[in-house]
Design a protein around this ligand. Structure first.
Ligand code: GLA
Length: 390
């Protein structure tokens, strides 16, 4: 990100005052394994990536919040009293959802001039929305001097903003990874208890490659909420046998014995995905601790298969992309990452195979879908933070 260009744009939009804007950054995230388990109280293993959202922010005395972005044409000015209203389906609803959280917590707000700039591809399943929410929550907590809020509070506020203001019943994984990310570490999170451990991810001789299908997600949000509801239905059936409130509370062995009490075959498959995926995360973490990258890769492949067969959130683009990757010698594992229905795959690729991977997957993907893929070699980065400008 070119800081000078961003400051110039900020001053062009809002003019200069005595106060200098402050500069914040929140990363996006990629989930290595543990998909659609978070809202089921299961395990996940995401990490923060080097791409993210930058924010320049300065308080003003006008009782107005001004929002602009270098990525979108739409910008707006909203009086403090009207901050709780949604603006159509515009990107500003993500920051507005956060302002609404501060209001609900009775934290008095001043006016602000804000300029966002992101380098996460939109709609690619790399959490551009959680990144905008978390950079806003973190910056506001600093500028409003809300020192009683810790990182977990900001994470929970961002999740509530997404659930209540945006209307997507997502889990906590994205915000958690964006908030708690640490360079060269994945985050092993229990979404039921919110206990977490950082697991070292020094991938000697291997690279993490993210591949973007460029399949727009369209109906993703409504399908997402549909999956959430199907899992709740599975819990209702299973709780006739055992007292549970989330699928993440039962082991695969328990599920195996009780699954017949779910009469609906489709709902049974949804539960099977969640519960088996949970076990895969546990196995994947022990692989990382032992340095068994090959076995880790096999678990990634198995995760994709279950998301395709049981959870049905992949689709032709993601299946083609992951399938093309998995058959290359030197690719240890490849799977869809994020909500699915489009977006990205994540692959673990031997360093000497990266070029071949990009060439071969790109060609096969284009031949079968007519779409052009994009590839990103990402570093595993730190979470949300303020950046000192010298
Ligand atoms: C989206 C949601 C997350 C999680 C994933 C699927 O990224 O925001 O909470 O449910 O999908 O694992």
């Amino acid at each position: 990100m070119n800081v000078t260009v961003l400051y110039d744009r900020f001053f062009e939009l809002y003019g200069k005052t005595e106060e200098m804007p402050r500069y914040f950054f929140a990363p996006g995230r990629v989930n290595l394994i543990g998909e659609h388990t978070d809202y089921n109280g299961g395990f996940v293993l995401p990490c923060a990536i080097q791409y993210g959202t930058y924010l320049l922010i300065r308080s003003n005395n006008d009782l107005i919040v001004r929002l602009a972005s270098t990525n979108m044409d739409f910008r707006t000015e909203i009086p403090l009293a009207e901050l709780s209203k949604k603006v159509n389906s515009q990107w500003v609803n993500y920051p507005l959802g956060i302002f609404d959280q501060f209001r609900q917590m009775n934290i008095p707000c001043t006016g602000f001039d804000m300029l966002y700039s992101g380098d996460i591809p939109n709609g690619a399943g790399l959490s551009s929305s959680a990144s905008i929410e978390m950079v806003t929550a973190f910056a506001l907590s600093v500028l409003l001097n809300a020192t009683h809020l810790d990182m977990l509070d900001l994470i929970k506020m961002s999740q509530r903003a997404e659930n209540e203001f945006i209307g997507l019943n997502c889990g906590i994984m994205d915000m958690f990874a964006v908030g708690m990310g640490k360079r060269d570490n994945a985050i092993f999170l229990n979404c039921l208890t919110l206990e977490y451990k950082r697991v070292s991810l020094v991938l000697d001789g291997f690279r993490l490659i993210i591949a973007n299908t460029h399949k727009q997600r369209g109906l993703a949000d409504s399908k997402y909420n549909e999956r959430v509801a199907e899992c709740q239905l599975a819990v209702t059936y299973l709780s006739h046998e055992m007292s549970i409130s989330k699928l993440g509370e039962i082991s695969f062995m328990q599920f195996y014995k009780m699954q017949e009490c779910i009469p609906d075959e489709l709902v049974r498959r949804r539960a099977r995905h969640v519960i088996s995926e949970n076990q895969r995360v546990l196995n994947a973490v022990s692989c990382l601790l032992k340095g068994d990258i090959l076995q880790f890769g096999s678990l990634m492949n198995a995760s994709h298969e279950s998301l395709r067969e049981n959870y049905e959130v992949t689709g032709i683009e993601l299946d083609t992309m992951a399938g093309a990757a998995q058959k290359i010698n030197g690719v240890v594992g490849s799977r869809m990452t994020g909500a699915g229905f489009g977006g990205c795959t994540v692959s673990l690729v031997r360093e000497d195979t990266v070029e071949k991977f990009i060439d071969q997957v790109g060609k096969e993907y284009h031949a079968k879908t007519g779409l052009r893929a994009d590839f990103y070699q990402t570093e595993v980065s730190d979470g949300v933070r303020e950046i000192e400008v010298v």
